[in-house]
Write a protein that binds this ligand. Structure first.
Ligand SMILES: [Zn+2]
Length: 218
């Protein structure tokens, strides 16, 4: 989680240029609207020393601290959101869905587009796993009965309703997705990638490392 301060800390890669351990220097901040009750949204702008581009970070600040707010004070706050998003996509997720996922994350502020891209990522991941026929739901259900996915994943898939069809079908009554729907759908797509590719790869590496260690003991 990025930490707001004189620099934006704990960012693995600059979300603009991708450089590792970027130096993101504070430039300015301004308060937005009340997030809830006594908490106010504050946006911070940072400049990447490598590419010179903007990274925005959203923090939540108690309204009583807003007057004379010192972004470098001891009360450092974590960024609940950055623009572009700092989340990195696991390298173990295959190229095609990984690229869709990255684009989905980077277009989260265009919810219709983000949802379509997340849908493409989900579709690509299921195809790679051999589920290419039928609707996304029927393929997910098949993956559950094959023990490739858990029941929880299919329940989640239904909960996010995979709104990807919505903007494409241009439902006249309610054609657009909200950014909240987009975030939920992209989060599901990311979790699916973790579940189908990243976690199994990590488990294989862990097993291999343990086997090697065990051989040394013998
Ligand atoms: Zn950069």
């Amino acid at each position: 989680v990025p930490l707001i301060g004189r620099n934006l800390e704990d960012v693995e890669r600059c979300p603009q240029c991708g450089i590792a351990k970027p130096l993101l220097e504070y430039k300015s901040h301004f308060s937005g609207k009340q997030a809830s009750g006594t908490v106010v949204k504050v946006w911070f702008s940072y400049r990447c020393s490598s590419c010179g581009d903007l990274v925005g970070a959203l923090g939540l600040v108690h309204s009583s601290k807003l007057h004379n707010f010192d972004p470098f004070g001891s009360s450092s706050t974590t960024a609940i959101w950055t623009i572009p998003p700092c989340a990195s996509i696991d390298d173990d997720i295959p190229e095609t869905p990984r690229r869709y996922l990255l684009q989905a994350l980077n277009s989260i502020n265009s919810p219709d587009g983000a949802i379509m891209l997340a849908g493409s990522a989900i579709d690509a991941m299921l195809k790679i796993k051999g589920y290419s026929d039928g609707s996304v739901f029927s393929r997910i259900n098949q993956a559950v009965s094959d023990n490739v996915l858990t029941k929880g994943m299919s329940e989640w898939a239904h909960a996010v309703r995979l709104e990807s069809n919505k903007p494409r079908h241009a439902d006249l009554d309610d054609p657009h997705a909200t950014s909240e729907m987009a975030k939920q759908t992209v989060a599901f797509a990311q979790a699916l990638g973790e579940f189908l590719f990243a976690l199994p790869a990590r488990i294989e590496r862990g097993k291999a490392a343990s086997d090697k260690a065990a051989q040394h003991v013998e």
